[in-house]
Write a protein that binds this ligand. Structure first.
Ligand code: HEM
Ligand code: HEM
Length: 181
């Protein structure tokens, strides 16, 4: 569905949801990855707690984003060819799938390993004896996290390519100049 008044720009809600999730995805990754370098004990528990809390916020945003996209969001196709349009669409679907796997594996990992959140709330491990399952979940979570970062890197490179090489205004669909709002 395209907005009649500005058909070349994603609607405002889609743009807000895109940029908020982009900042969260990168921030959550840095916290998850950086936790290895933080001393064990309280400092690491705090970093993990922020990671999990922001992860929960991202989960909510993702649900709102997907529902919004299906019901009201503007959908823009690639302007060049049907092939490119399909490739771009598949790539975006891949980004959504990776984000869904991340939040789902994160939530299930919390459930299996149990966590102490900010020394304020404890979520007990569902099955403390099942170490292999816990390891598997964390491995999936970590593996897909690197995959998601790779896809994000490519996505940003494509956006920069469009902006500075092709100069075709694709970036302005997601970040329109102020006067175009
Ligand atoms: C500096 C970072 C980023 C830039 C410059 C950027 C730029 C863009 C642009 C220009 C579009 C529109 C593409 C088009 O219409 O063909 C777009 C769409 C999209 N971006 Fe990003 N993006 C960034 C970060 C991210 C991140 C971190 C994610 C999530 C991992 C993400 C996920 C998506 C998705 C799923 C779409 C498709 C939107 C839809 O049709 O529902 N982006 N991005
Ligand atoms: C885009 C979203 C996310 C990204 C990129 C991400 C990334 C990461 C990374 C890189 C690690 C380190 C892996 C390791 O130590 O082996 C990690 C650990 C963890 N993440 Fe996430 N995460 C995300 C969302 C979530 C969510 C939504 C939750 C739960 C609500 C969550 C819960 C956890 C937990 C519990 C750990 C610690 C695992 C352990 O060492 O036992 N994550 N995450």
């Amino acid at each position: 569905m395209q907005s009649p008044e500005s058909p070349d720009v994603y609607d405002r809600a889609t743009r807000w949801l895109h940029w908020a999730s982009a900042v969260l995805v990168v921030g959550i990754f840095l916290l998850g990855w950086g936790a290895h370098w933080v001393p064990r004990g309280e400092p690491r528990m705090m970093v993990r707690s922020v990671h999990i809390t922001l992860g929960a916020v991202l989960t909510l945003l993702l649900v709102v984003r997907i529902v919004w996209r299906r019901r009201h969001g503007v959908h823009l196709e690639s302007s060049t060819s049907a092939m490119e349009s399909l490739a771009v669409r598949l790539f975006h679907v891949l980004l959504y799938v990776a984000m869904i796997v991340m939040v789902t594996s994160g939530i299930v990992a919390v459930w299996f390993r149990g966590v102490n959140l900010f020394d304020w709330m404890t979520i007990p491990a569902f099955d403390p004896s099942n170490k292999p399952m816990r390891r598997l979940l964390v491995d999936i979570h970590e593996f897909v996290a690197y995959g998601l970062m790779g896809l994000t890197g490519l996505h940003v490179l494509f956006a920069l390519w469009h902006q500075y090489r092709l100069k075709d205004g694709v970036m302005h669909r997601m970040w329109p100049p102020l006067h175009q709002e």
